[in-house]
Write a protein of this length. Sequence first.
Length: 278
Amino acid sequence: MAIKIVTDSSITVEPELVEKYDITVVPLSVTIEGTTYLDSDLSLNAFVEKMKGSKALPKTSQPPVGVFAETYEKLASTEDEIISIHITESLSGTVQAARQGAMLSGRNVTVLDSDFTDQGLKFQVIEAARLAKEGLSKEEILQSINHVRENTELFIGISTLENLVKGGRVSRTKGIVGSLLHVRIVMELKDRELGVMMRGRGNKTFTKWLDETVEHVASSGRKIREIGISHVEALDFSLKAKEALQKFVEKPISILDTNSTIATHTGPGAWAVMIDYE
């Protein structure tokens, strides 16, 4: 009997880790001017160029229920167990599709809402896959995943609210009003909701958030296991954040391009900083 790990392509993760831990990634899709692409079809740069040239906002779609069912059936025998960890259901219907697919598959599948996405999702998936490879039981893995989930923070900076407005995500956030389309916004994904932490005009808003975050981390005394930074055409700030935060964690901070699903809703100039406390 083996334990298999499944996730979805809203995860932002190094490809070598996916290969090392034999993780199965079920792709979400995005439709641009009538053409549908899987997340894996386009590099982030290619996707952003198509998005900028499109009259309408690309439309993201969760994987079909049948794809999940087929994935589970092909991946595992009836004696195997599967842990399937996904983007929070407050942002996508992927978790529900996975649950339905699990029921249809006839396999022993435990579907989890990560409460996060991007590298916040990665923290849980890699932990689960690492422990599965070490031979730990499903109960032990689930306990560890829960600890990671409860000790993760995800912050996101948005340079334009245009994509959030077009995509209908503004109604799912707290404290945003329609007149603030050209300001910088810093939000936190907490308890499956996006809440505004800071707003202002210009990149000084991001710098202020970073300075306050460094001060908070330094004074908290909490040990950090890992920090991840993802972005959409925001490499300058990402490098600045890495330089400021690296001293708090031994493991090198990963700066990765996010995926097309996330980029659709954040738009260009966005970044995310995710912290996994011990």
